[in-house]
Design a protein around this ligand. Structure first.
Ligand SMILES: *[C@@H]1O[C@H](CO)[C@@H](O)[C@H](O)[C@H]1NC(C)=O
Ligand SMILES: *[C@@H]1O[C@H](CO)[C@@H](O)[C@H](O)[C@H]1NC(C)=O
Ligand SMILES: *[C@@H]1O[C@H](CO)[C@@H](O)[C@H](O)[C@H]1NC(C)=O
Ligand SMILES: *[C@@H]1O[C@H](CO)[C@@H](O)[C@H](O)[C@H]1NC(C)=O
Length: 333
């Protein structure tokens, strides 16, 4: 015990000596002792002694906030693969009642067919000290109108959009690049060849729809008419993992609403696969309207108050993420 303490204090003395020497060296060289006295040890602790969680200057996965750490779990993949497609009994039962179908098809049979068509990949689970991935999540709020965020959005590695969102004609405000586009059958749109379609399945029919939309085109209707064919790159299709969907609902929304909105699911997707996340086009515009940036529909906000999504709770969580510097919110105009 005594030997250990002696050794510890000797190590400390050596360290202090090195720091002092270096500080003196730098002060001599730069004639600014105060700066280096503080900066050098800080640099040391950031680089030499701690395990870096990503390659950016700040990583959102950093364990610097209890509220965040209690909820954040990077071991649940946001993306479905053949391997993780076996849902727990509890998850499957929860997922089946989201948009309950009369006679759902056999889930494992559908999944098997699906992964014969689309890639079966463990995408993006590559976080580590060598990765610095920046992402923009672009919501559909009217507050983007006149924001001039286009260049800033396009400068990210990933640009994640959702539902019907167009870019054509709105490039100045929303950018022109799209790497990932989240949708479900009822909100689907055609995509460029270089974008990745992310399907959020809320029922078994949604998985059958994506198969159909790339092959036979036989599914024309779910609870409403849907696109029978979709133009998109089949080799870039990603399925949002139902297990992750439930994790978002349990851990982040504390079971508020019936299930998360696409916007919230997009933010959650981003914070689990990116190292820095900027969020655009969420919330009302400065007049308090909740319409989309491409339309003048002031009733778009009505959905917030139905039992399907708890928009207020989602917005609170989003604001908390921003307060804790896990995401950067751009509020537009
Ligand atoms: C994260 O999720 C995995 C899989 O559900 C679970 O086993 C693990 O305990 C969770 N970790 C934390 C810190 O909650
Ligand atoms: C689905 O089909 C598999 C065989 O392909 C079978 O083992 C399983 O019990 C079926 N599941 C349901 C829910 O019917
Ligand atoms: C995808 O291709 C279009 C043109 O075909 C281009 O304008 C756009 O920048 C590309 N997007 C990305 C993310 O590379
Ligand atoms: C959101 O946060 C505000 C302020 O902290 C609080 O008054 C309100 O009840 C919260 N809303 C929800 C739905 O949790």
């Amino acid at each position: 015990m005594i030997i250990l303490q002696r050794r510890k204090s000797r190590t400390f003395a050596v360290l202090l000596f090195v720091v002092t020497l270096t500080t003196l060296f730098f002060s001599y060289t730069y004639h600014d002792p105060s700066l280096y006295f503080f900066k050098f040890p800080l640099w040391l602790s950031n680089n030499a002694f701690s395990k870096r969680l990503c390659g950016c200057s700040e990583c959102l996965a950093d364990k610097d906030d209890d509220w965040f750490s209690e909820r954040f779990n990077q071991s649940i993949s946001p993306i479905m693969s053949e391997k993780n497609s076996l849902l727990s009994e509890e998850t499957y039962r929860w997922w089946l009642q989201l948009q309950s179908e009369q006679n759902p098809a056999n889930f494992s049979t559908v999944v098997e067919t699906l992964f014969k068509l689309i890639p079966n990949m463990e995408w993006f689970m590559d976080s580590g000290p060598l990765r610095c991935r920046t992402c923009a999540v672009v919501g559909n709020s009217g507050n983007l109108k006149g924001s001039n965020y286009g260049t800033r959005i396009d400068s990210n590695d990933f640009i994640i959009r959702m539902n019907e969102a167009p870019t054509l004609g709105f490039e100045n405000d929303v950018g022109e690049r799209t790497t990932h586009h989240l949708m479900y059958p009822e909100s689907a749109r055609h995509l460029e060849h270089n974008a990745s379609l992310i399907l959020i399945p809320f029922k078994t029919l949604d998985l059958q729809w994506i198969i159909s939309a790339f092959t036979t085109g036989t599914i024309k209707q779910t609870y409403m008419p849907v696109l029978t064919r979709i133009t998109a790159n089949k080799d870039k299709v990603i399925i949002y993992n139902p297990t992750f969907l439930k994790y978002v609902y349990d851990n982040w929304l504390e079971n508020h609403g019936r299930y998360p909105s696409t916007g919230f699911l997009a933010i959650m997707f981003a914070i689990h696969i990116c190292d820095q996340v900027s969020v655009f086009g969420f919330g009302a515009d400065k007049e308090g309207n909740w319409h989309h940036y491409w339309e003048r529909n002031y009733y778009g906000g009505a959905f917030r108050h139905t039992g399907v999504h708890d928009g207020d709770f989602e917005y609170n969580v989003t604001m908390l993420l921003a307060e804790k510097h896990k995401i950067k919110m751009f509020k537009g105009r």
